[in-house]
Write a protein that binds this ligand. Structure first.
Ligand code: PPE
Length: 305
């Protein structure tokens, strides 16, 4: 999706004009995939632009760095404040934020022992990630021939830049075959997640989502959906799923910061009722909570200024 530039990108504590926010081609992370990042959205609320679950995203960024053994040169409160400053600086009422920590120029070779961590935060307007019809008409999913990361190959709990080569392979395979998005199984053959979303499938009275042990990222939207579903009286359970469970599901939806709550209309050309009742109710509740319209969760809407 093309990006519309905003005036500045935060780089190591400075607001740098968008076009000048550049790094050297010998940056360590460019060669070895050794960065960590987040995807966060700010929404328009009655009190101004508010960043949704900012603290949880920045805490996950720091956990991703810990898994990679990457020292962070700023504290969690400093990065939180920098994200707010970036949103305020854009002048936008809603946007997508991309904080990234990476090893820059100065050292090469696989060791990160002497590398310095650089941090940047960009924000830009970003529309519906899986298309404007995703919430209503749904998306076509393909089970990928690419397996999800194993815990002892690339830790899936860390949002490491290098992990996303696997996601890109799966996404491109799905798009080339005429689908919208890929569902990935782990090496045991169980459902893990999508190239950039967690997955939920309704089977009888319960809506299941795979555990992190299956190779799924611990999704913040997944956690939000679990809380909203509980309030709506929808039973959510973390549980293992096979591809056949998906083929016979009553409804399926995928969730993520970028994709929000997107309905699924088919998996490998097996039609899935879409949008199902839980999908609809949860998508509506999600659209409200991110915009500060659910008083119970107002603390999740962090005002940008
Ligand atoms: N799994 C993966 C692999 C993933 O990348 C995401 C977010 C999720 C699950 C959902 O996580 P959460 O955002 O905490 O609910 N994907 C981000 C990046 C997408 C991209 O194309 O870049 C996002 O949604 O921002």
């Amino acid at each position: 999706m093309p990006i519309t530039p905003t005036p500045n990108i935060w780089m190591n504590g400075e607001m740098v004009p968008w076009d000048q926010a550049q790094i050297h081609v010998l940056s360590h992370t460019l060669h070895y995939g050794t960065g960590v990042f987040e995807g966060i959205r700010a929404y328009e609320t009655a009190d101004g632009p508010a960043i949704f679950r900012l603290r949880e995203h920045i805490e996950r960024l720091f956990n991703s760095a810990r898994i990679l053994n990457m020292p962070m040169p700023y504290s969690i409160p400093e990065v939180i404040q920098a994200c707010k400053d970036v949103v305020a600086d854009t002048g936008l009422s809603s946007c997508y934020l991309r904080p990234i920590a990476y090893f820059g120029y100065g050292e090469m070779g696989l060791s990160i022992e002497h590398c310095k961590t650089d941090v940047a935060i960009a924000a830009w307007p970003w529309g519906a990630y899986l298309g404007d019809d995703a919430a209503t008409k749904g998306v076509r999913m393909k089970i990928s021939s690419w397996k999800r990361h194993d815990h002892n190959i690339m830790p899936p709990a860390s949002k490491t830049t290098g992990n996303y080569a696997n996601s890109t392979l799966a996404k491109m395979e799905a798009l080339a075959a005429g689908y919208d998005e890929a569902i990935m199984l782990n090496s045991a053959g169980l459902v893990s997640e999508c190239s950039g979303e967690n997955i939920f499938a309704g089977l009888g009275d319960v809506v299941y989502t795979p555990p992190t042990s299956a190779g799924a990222l611990k999704g913040i939207t997944q956690d939000t959906v679990a809380a909203l579903a509980d309030d709506l009286g929808i039973n959510i359970a973390v549980g293992e799923m096979t591809r056949s469970d998906l083929y016979i599901a009553d409804e399926i939806f995928v969730v993520g910061t970028a994709a929000e709550v997107s309905a699924v209309n088919s998996v490998d050309d097996r039609a899935i009722p879409c949008p199902g009742p839980a999908t609809k109710a949860i998508a509506e509740a999600y659209a409200e909570v991110v915009r500060g319209k659910n008083p119970k969760y107002r603390s999740w809407n962090e005002l940008a200024s």
